[in-house]
Every structure is written in C-alpha cells, then in structure tokens.
Design a protein around this ligand. Structure first.
Ligand SMILES: [Zn+2]
Length: 288
C-alpha cells in the first residue's frame, strides 16, 4: 500500500467507515465509489445509476482500511458534483440558507417583542370595570378554551345546538355571546368559572368556588337544597303519574285488541247475526 502511495501520491485516501476523523482518510459520507460501466455496443439505453456514471471530478483513490484495503478505486469526492452529490448543497447555498434563517429568527424576535410591548401598553390603559368589548374578549377566550365536557354543558345552558356540517359548538357559542349585552356577558364569565363546581356531583372538595360565590351573594344554600329536594320529589311524582298513565293506556289498547279479536271470532262463528255489540266497535273492527 505504501508503494502504491509512493508511486501515485495524488491518490485520495478513503476509509470504509461512514464517518472518519477530520482529514484523511475520507469517510464514506464524503465520497461516492464509482463503478463505471461502458455503454452497450448495440446502443440500448440501460438506465445507469449515479455511481455507474463518470464525471469531471472523478479521481482515483486508495482504500486505507477494511476488506478492500490497498485497492485503488475510482471515486467522486467533490460535494459540488451534481451527478454524485445531488443532495449536498454548495457552501454558498449553505451560507445563503443560514443567513436567511438568521434573518427569519430576527424578524420573529422583533415581532414578538413588538407584541409584548403592545400588551404592556394595553395593560397600562385598562381600568376597572372592564369595557364591554374587553369582557367579550375574555368570554371568547374562555369559550375557545372550554374543556371537552364543558362545551356541551354550556351550549345546553345557552340553547346553542350544533348542526351537522356546520360550525363547531364553540364557534356557535362565541357567535351567540357576541350579541349579549354587558350584564349578560359578565354573568357568562362567572357562569363559565363556576361551571365545573356546579356540575360536580359531590361537593367534597375544600375549595368549592360555587359555595364561596353563594356566600358572597348571601344565598341561603340550605333553603335551596330543601326546595330542590322538594322539586326532585315533585318530578318523581310526576314521572310516576306519567308511567301510570302509560300503563293504563297500554291496558286500554290491549283490552281493545282483545275485544276486537273476540268480535271477529264471534262473527266468523255466527255469520247470520252477531251477538249484540255496540256500533262503534263494529265500525272499528270492520276498518281493521
Ligand atoms: Zn462526480
């Protein structure tokens, strides 16, 4: 190998390893080994792969390690060669891309800084109580960030119904609250904030925002609870009544069917003259 290098000092030294240390020999990521095929005599155009094509930058190289150690092969180690290194950008291209990236980042930073300053200025100018447009902004933000279970709950409370192939429930809610006046918007903000607490079945948690709000508004929660349990009882009684009505109706229908069947049987067995039956039943039976 040393002899070969002595006679041909211009040989590129290459390594079988993908990545080599800085300098010689070159790793496989930096060169393409070429297997030049002569074009066929009959001129048949066979598709040649890149490493079967020659190029201007083609050079001889000696393998310094691995199984092919000492062999002299043809390689292309020029990153600017479009045939053998099509994916390797030229140094100018790399530099241009880096400059563009730096510019983009700087632009982004500037935009964010500007927006931070705008926010700071807004906060300097805002004062209590909020203006209607500000309350609406907060409402829209909250609606946009409702949890999965809060969306249907709030939609139901505000009688918003999402139809198929239309805007999402949240979008419809946002649209509807845009029509609210200041007082309804303020109510909505508190409503959303108390929604989870109001919809949890057991109020076991220590920080019960619903009960805190009730205390602030001097609401007699015990009285409400009694009324609610009376309400629940009333609902249960009403339900029981409606079930009883349904049962009665079913009884009546079944009695009617039974009665009609008996009538048809009687008529079949006594074709001359049926036993006395009311006209109504005869009419309805003949209709069937
Ligand atoms: Zn090449």
């Amino acid at each position: 190998m040393r002899k070969t290098l002595e006679t041909k000092p211009q040989l590129i030294q290459i390594s079988a390893a993908w990545n080599s240390r800085e300098g010689a020999p070159l790793g496989r990521n930096q060169y393409v080994e070429l297997e030049i095929k002569k074009p066929k005599a009959n001129g048949a155009s066979t598709k040649l792969s890149a490493n079967q094509k020659p190029c201007e930058k083609m050079a001889e190289a000696i393998v310094m390690d691995g199984g092919k150690r000492g062999q002299v092969v043809k390689v292309c180690a020029d990153p600017t060669c479009r045939v053998h290194h099509p994916n390797t950008p030229s140094p100018q291209q790399v530099e241009r891309e880096r400059a563009e990236e730096r510019k983009r980042i700087e632009k982004e930073k500037l935009a964010i800084t500007t927006r931070h300053r705008i926010l700071a200025t807004i906060l300097q100018r805002v004062s209590a109580p909020l203006k209607k447009a500000d309350v609406l902004t907060v409402a829209h933000y909250l609606i946009g960030h409702l949890s999965y279970s809060q969306v249907p709950a709030l939609a139901k409370r505000h009688k918003v119904e999402a139809k198929k192939d239309s805007a999402s429930t949240q979008e419809l809610l946002a649209k509807q609250v845009s029509t609210y006046d200041e007082s309804d918007l303020c109510k909505l903000l508190l409503e959303i904030s108390l929604l989870d607490s109001a919809y949890q079945r057991s109020a076991a948690s220590r920080d019960d925002v619903l009960m805190d709000a009730a205390k602030r508004y001097r609401i007699d929660t015990e009285k409400l609870q009694k009324a609610a349990s009376r309400g629940v009882t009333a609902i249960l009684i009403l339900k029981a009544c409606s079930y009883a009505t349904i049962a009665l109706n079913q009884c009546a229908i079944q009695a009617f069917i039974y009665y009609t069947n008996v009538f048809v049987l009687l008529k079949r067995n006594h074709p001359g003259g049926a036993p006395e039956l009311s006209n109504n039943v005869q009419k309805s039976a003949s209709r069937r």
